[in-house]
Design a protein around this ligand. Structure first.
Ligand SMILES: Cc1ncc(COP(=O)(O)O)c(C=O)c1O
Length: 455
């Protein structure tokens, strides 16, 4: 038995829509759910980023924001909380995760460099490639098998990293980045042993280890639950231990900071702050506010204290696990084990009659909205399909997934049960679902703006 470890103090109404209205809205936006008005969505599982519900204490903290341009008290509070939580000596706020990436890579990464990772998140990859460098994913092979059970499916493959380090001039590898949890691999966690082994190996080559820590608390919870020797350790102790192996942190506080906006960079050594300071001031703001208002810093400082609460993390983990097993019980194939922030449906397995280039994931995304007003996102050939340079033909992605990202502290168990009911109905009529064709698309990140037509 478990339940939400909070009571609801402020509510936001959900506007009900009819099947016919949703059919109309879908046509109006050419079947691209990014263009649906949020007020016409019943359950919004588009992302867990920036969509958390803040606590009463966070709302209270907003009023204490010190909006001084430099040296504000809110900054001092923010730094104290982040330093205590991470063990990092130097903390620089930024307005969100990708700003941290842009600022660090602008100074630390140059053309021709290679940045190995377990798996880079899209914006991380884009910011590295924008510098003319390569973003290399070295996740363990089993991560590619959707139903293979492994407790730490987000781990970097130490053998692959060893090979890379042996054959590459270490001056070309300015840093290695571990993403915890591994978002692009279905939110799968990374073990502490894997973080320690990565650090040990990198030290032989004098290469710094950075952690992309967007979901560090969810990762720490998985370590406590699954890794030998951590069952009796507190979450804050595990968090400090995992960061102790890092030279620096890139953070989007829109996930495990319970923030609607915000991020930071943190370092063990001062040389990194000296390196980025100029570019930070030019593009983000003075180092004591870094693109955030004092009130945001206050809310985030409080959010970081709340996210490492074990009751919250246990509820979060168990609620997602139950959501995943309920979906399986009505026949829906999912990526297993369930990760930290989302359940991923395997649309290729659910809709085998729809070819990859007729976008089975998009078909399911559309049907979830049509049947239940539920907004999700396709992570398959719409997002990652590419036109081959030589044949000029479109090449599909290796997976066709649909992500149901669950915002933190926003939806109750009955909302999740409603989604399971809708998917149970879709399962029964799955053979009648049809594919889509793309009728208009942009050159980059086409899934945000593409227009579709049903086949
Ligand atoms: C692992 C990871 N890193 C970086 C980012 C980028 O953060 P932001 O959206 O705050 O720019 C995200 C966002 O989803 C993420 O999941």
């Amino acid at each position: 038995m478990f339940f939400e470890p909070f009571r609801i103090k402020v509510v936001e109404p959900i506007k009900k829509t009819t099947f016919a209205q949703r059919e109309f809205y879908l046509r109006e936006v050419h079947y691209n759910l990014f263009n649906i008005r949020a007020e016409n969505v019943l359950i919004d599982f588009l992302t867990d980023s920036g969509t958390s519900a803040m606590s009463a204490k966070q709302w209270g903290a907003l009023m204490e924001g010190d909006e001084s341009y430099a040296g504000s008290q809110s900054y001092e509070k923010f730094v104290a909380v982040v330093s205590q939580m991470t063990g990092m000596n130097y903390v620089v706020p930024t307005h969100q995760g990708r700003a941290s990436e842009r600022i660090l890579f602008h100074e630390a990464v140059k053309e021709g460099d290679i940045i190995p990772s377990n798996t880079h998140f899209d914006t991380t990859r884009a910011n590295i490639e924008f510098r003319g460098a390569s973003a290399l994913d070295l996740v363990i092979d089993v991560a590619k098998k959707t139903s293979f059970l492994h407790p730490f499916k987000g781990n970097i493959d130490i053998e692959k990293l060893k090979i890379l380090l042996k054959k590459t001039d270490s001056k070309k590898i300015p840093l290695c980045l571990l993403t915890i949890t591994n978002n692009s691999c279905a939110g799968q966690p990374v073990s502490l042993q894997n973080i320690a082994d990565t650090k040990k190996l990198l030290s032989q080559y004098d290469i710094p280890l950075f952690i992309d820590a967007a979901r560090f608390a969810e990762n720490a919870y998985f370590i406590k639950m699954r890794e030998e020797g951590f069952q009796n350790q507190s979450i804050p102790d595990i968090v400090r231990k995992l960061f102790s192996y890092a030279d620096g942190i890139l953070m989007s506080a829109k996930k495990d900071g319970f923030g609607n906006i915000g991020g930071f960079l943190a370092f063990k050594e001062k040389k990194w702050v000296d390196l980025i300071r100029n570019f930070l001031i030019m593009t983000e703001g003075f180092p004591t506010y870094g693109g955030l208002a004092g009130r945001d810093l206050e809310a985030l400082a409080q959010g970081f204290k709340e996210v490492v609460d074990e009751d919250y993390l246990e509820y979060r983990g168990r609620s997602l696990e139950k959501f995943g097993s309920s979906l399986k019980s009505v026949g829906i194939p999912i990526v297993e084990p369930v990760g930290g922030h989302a359940v991923y449906i395997d649309a290729k397995e659910l809709l085998p009659h729809i070819p990859a280039l007729q976008y089975p994931g998009q078909s399911l995304v559309v049907e979830l909205y049509r049947m239940g007003g539920i907004r999700t996102v396709e992570i398959g050939s719409c997002m990652f399909g590419k036109v081959d340079q030589f044949t000029k033909k479109e090449v599909s992605s290796d997976k066709e997934l649909v992500r149901l990202a669950v915002p933190r502290r926003v939806y109750t168990q009955s909302h999740l049960e409603y989604v399971v009911d809708v998917l149970a109905q879709i399962y029964k009529k799955r053979n009648a679902l049809k594919g889509f064709k793309i009728i208009q698309q942009d050159r980059y990140l086409r899934h945000f703006t593409a227009q579709f037509e049903p086949l």
